[in-house]
Write a protein that binds this ligand. Structure first.
Ligand code: C6P
Length: 412
């Protein structure tokens, strides 16, 4: 339970600094979140006490490191309510997990004439792997578009997903529009047509309760670094029955059953998909981040971000020179808000905001087809997490007003 936001902020020493002589307002958690003290301590503890390679040694440190690694897998399992720890594959991150599915399940199951359906709001990580698979296999890549309010067009989804569809790959929450997509309904639709559904959870798992069994997704990928754990660790969830039928992603140590001169067999899931030395410390850090988030309660994390959006969005929309992308209704918005200031390039806006201590991202956010759809080349983007407060939102609004004055004396 979150008692006081100040208690939470105390766990993040990085926030307590000045940038360009101003208080830091870190509004770029959709790119990467900050790490709390308990996660940093867990990493230190692992390297100071338990560090060894996993599943290989019989000595005490190797056994401890293996236990830490497998405990982290179980924490992930319970966090997203997977049926078994065997359905949790540790990856380098969300991108790696999505590529894994495309290179294994996709490679095995997509044939000429098949269709793969994605949405126009996909991050490149959940678009390019499917695009390239479609090109290679002479399959067709189809897009679900947006409603006029910037939400996923479910009427279009019902038209695009057909009996020819073999894979539906859609983000759970957009990293630009700040919308949460109805993944459960999409899963039903995909399954009615005999397709599998791949969910991109990069912007959802850190911010809201996620239950993969309830969603009935077949695969679901996310990154640790957006949920307060180290970079270079992520998760791919897959239904066990599907994972068992899939070929390995990479070959090498740890993923084998037996290796002979001219043939090999594979380890059981999930190890079949974890070739080579893994990011054990990263998994331990992810486990600590999950403990931290569960201590706060994911419903509280979501409610806190929602309250900040309720506070900020009307203030932004009241500025006539600001365009906000995605739903206008704060209740349909996650803590991700993309915007532009009339006539100004978002890179200039982000640089000017940085002068006021406000960290936002600017660019195409690895979602170029979405930028095309919105008719822009780039946007600025502010994103909230549990450690942000109204002071951060006020600082952003003040900095936006100053940016407008700075660039053209406020004439637009
Ligand atoms: N989005 C952003 O600033 P990786 O890079 O593998 O950790 O995550 C990729 C990814 C996949 N899907 C979505 C919806 C994402 O938002 C991201 C990462 C960051 O928006 C970096 S581009």
């Amino acid at each position: 339970m979150v008692n006081s936001i100040n208690d939470v902020r105390r766990d993040f020493p990085i926030l307590n600094q000045r940038v360009n002589d101003e208080r830091l307002a870190y509004l770029d958690s959709a790119a990467t979140a900050q790490r709390p003290q308990p996660v940093l301590k867990a990493l230190m503890h692992f390297y100071e006490h338990d560090n060894a390679n996993v599943h290989r040694g019989v000595h005490t440190l190797a056994e401890r490191a293996t236990a830490d690694y497998e405990e982290a897998r179980q924490k992930v399992q319970h966090f997203i309510n997977a049926a078994s720890p065997n359905e949790i594959i540790f990856t380098k991150g969300c991108t790696d997990g999505l590529n894994l599915v495309a290179a294994t399940y996709g490679e095995q199951n997509i044939h000429a004439g098949d269709e793969i359906v994605v949405s126009i709001m996909e991050h490149h990580s959940n678009l390019v792997p499917w695009q390239q698979l479609a090109i290679k296999k002479h399959a067709t890549l189809k897009y679900i578009g947006l409603t006029s309010d910037g939400e996923l067009d479910m009427a279009a989804a019902r038209k695009q997903i057909t009996d020819k569809t073999k894979i539906v790959a859609v983000t759970h929450a957009s990293n630009v529009l700040g919308v949460v997509n109805p993944l459960k309904q999409l899963a039903q639709l995909a399954h009615q047509h005999g397709a599998v559904i791949v969910g991109d959870g990069a912007q959802a798992v850190p911010h809201m309760p996620v239950d993969v069994q309830n969603l009935d997704v077949d695969f679901y990928a996310f990154s640790g670094h957006k949920m307060m754990s180290p970079m270079g660790i992520g998760v791919l969830y897959g239904k066990a029955d599907l994972l068992r039928t899939m070929p390995p992603y990479q070959y090498g140590g740890e993923m084998i059953g037996e290796v002979h001169r001219s043939q090999s067999t594979w380890a059981n899931i999930p190890f079949k998909f974890e070739a080579g030395t893994q990011n054990v410390a990263g998994a331990v850090g992810l486990g600590a981040a999950i403990d931290y988030l569960q201590g706060l309660g994911m419903a509280n994390v979501q409610a806190h971000e929602q309250s900040l959006v309720n506070y900020l969005l009307p203030k932004l929309e009241a500025l006539p020179y600001v365009t906000v992308y995605g739903p206008q209704n704060p209740r349909h918005h996650t803590g991700v808000i993309a915007f532009n200031l009339a006539h100004l390039h978002p890179h200039d806006v982000a640089t000017a905001l940085d002068m006021d201590g406000v960290a936002v991202r600017a660019g195409h956010h690895c979602a170029q087809p979405l930028m095309e759809e919105l008719g822009v080349v780039a946007t600025a983007r502010a994103s909230f997490y549990i450690y942000n407060n109204q002071q951060d939102a006020d600082q952003l609004i003040k900095a936006i007003k100053e940016t407008k004055e700075f660039f053209n004396g406020g004439t637009f």
